[in-house]
Ligand binder design. Structure first.
Ligand SMILES: *Cc1c(COP(=O)(O)O)cnc(C)c1O
Length: 388
């Protein structure tokens, strides 16, 4: 995977890793699985990631906005899809016509969805979301009984079908955190409230990746992992411990090599200065391609058979590496991050170096980089390359 390809800078996506990770997660949970493919498949490509997830056994796909759900349908993907962040002014009917399930966290949203369903003649499938402590989406526990009553009433008159009850954790990536038990207790209470209104048989889903990996009490009727589908550990550890494999490799070809004297200031603001006569290598990706500018002087990479660190500021389109006296040639491949199995840094190594999370790195990388897909079933996706 580290041989230089035809492209200046590329993001290689191993679709088999995505399929295998889904199968691994599903085997772990022994439940149906909703693979979260929001945000362009966490930067791995929406449709290719979804196809690979379905190949691995995903029973449902989760996205944030309706546009993402429609893009899946447009690509001919027919599995159930839930879109959970809908708001005012959106074309809810476009979603309902294509059998996209929607989430409601308020009576207002429930009514909007029911009205859209009436307008287009499709009974909307609604997942009711309860806020058990994240204080983000979901009906507050104090508003939950009213939302449930309204949903049950709307279901009785055939306006909606309640197809899910769900919530989201604040702290699942810190196993044992006291909020986890509090949220689970709140969810169980919310489930009892719903049962009293005749919604006892509705499927329930709670577990994100962290809970899918560490918290069987949160499995309920379906798990809902995102980042683990792409082979990354939300707790920041080694994904191999769970049998997961990172799917993304980011690499670029060196475009210029030169020898400079000791004391040469490197890149804007000279935040790095060579401490001896050195060979500098220029890497043609920068913050416009999603390489964070605060990787300045800390971002790791693999080049010329060793780990290196970015020298000086990351610019819009490029950054520099100080090779010392080590040999390097123009055209040689620098690997920013990958699975970590051939010496290269991982997205987690980048996250640690930059003080962020790998979620942010993989979902923002892109810009002018070319995505290439590797798959053992290239027919699944036009343009995918058969794995060697
Ligand atoms: C993003 C998201 C997930 C997946 O979270 P991961 O930590 O990536 O597993 C699940 N549910 C909701 C509501 C989300 O927004």
């Amino acid at each position: 995977m580290h041989t230089s390809g035809p492209d200046r800078a590329e993001i290689i996506i191993d679709l088999d890793a995505i399929a295998d990770n889904v199968a691994t997660l599903k085997a772990r949970a022994q439940r149906p699985l909703m693979a979260v493919v929001k945000a362009d498949g966490y930067g791995h490509g929406l449709v290719p990631s979804a196809l690979a997830a379905v190949r691995g056994g995903a029973d449902m796909l989760g996205v944030t906005v309706i546009e993402e759900a429609l893009a899946l349908r447009e690509a001919g993907i027919g599995v159930p899809v839930l879109a959970w962040l809908t708001g005012s002014g959106e074309d809810l009917t476009a979603a309902l016509i294509r059998d996209v399930s929607l989430s409601a966290s308020s009576i207002w949203m429930l009514e909007e969805i029911a009205a859209a369903g009436q307008a287009c003649g499709h009974v909307a499938q609604v997942h009711l979301k309860v806020d058990t402590g994240l204080s983000r989406g979901g009906a507050h526990m104090s508003d939950w009984p009213d939302l449930v009553a309204a949903a049950a009433a709307a279901q009785d008159v055939g306006q909606v079908r309640v197809a899910g009850i769900w919530t989201h954790f604040a702290y699942a990536d810190t196993p044992g955190h006291p909020t986890i038990g509090v949220q689970l207790a709140g969810f169980n209470e919310a489930v009892e409230t719903a049962a009293r209104d005749g919604l006892g048989d509705v499927p329930k889903h709670v577990a994100n990746s962290a809970a899918t990996l560490t918290l069987p009490d949160a499995y309920y009727d379906m798990v809902r992992p995102g980042i683990a589908v792409y082979g990354l550990d939300p707790m920041g550890g080694d994904p191999a411990a769970y049998g997961l494999r990172p799917a993304m490799t980011v690499q670029a070809a060196v475009t210029l090599v030169k020898r400079v004297p000791q004391g040469s200031g490197v890149s804007y603001g000279h935040e790095y200065t060579t401490s001896r006569p050195s060979t500098l290598a220029l890497i043609p990706v920068g913050y416009a391609d999603g390489i964070p500018r605060n990787a300045t002087n800390v971002g790791p990479l693999w080049l010329g058979g060793a780990r290196r660190t970015i020298a000086g500021r990351v610019c819009m389109d490029q950054f520099v590496v100080d090779m010392g006296d080590d040999p390097v040639q123009a055209g040689e491949t620098a690997v920013l991050w990958g699975p970590g199995t051939a010496g290269e840094p991982t997205a987690q190594d980048w996250a640690t170096a930059l003080g962020t999370i790998h979620y942010e790195l993989v979902s923002r990388v892109g810009g002018r980089m070319v995505r290439r897909y590797l798959s053992s079933v290239p027919d699944e996706l036009p343009g995918a390359v058969r794995r060697s």
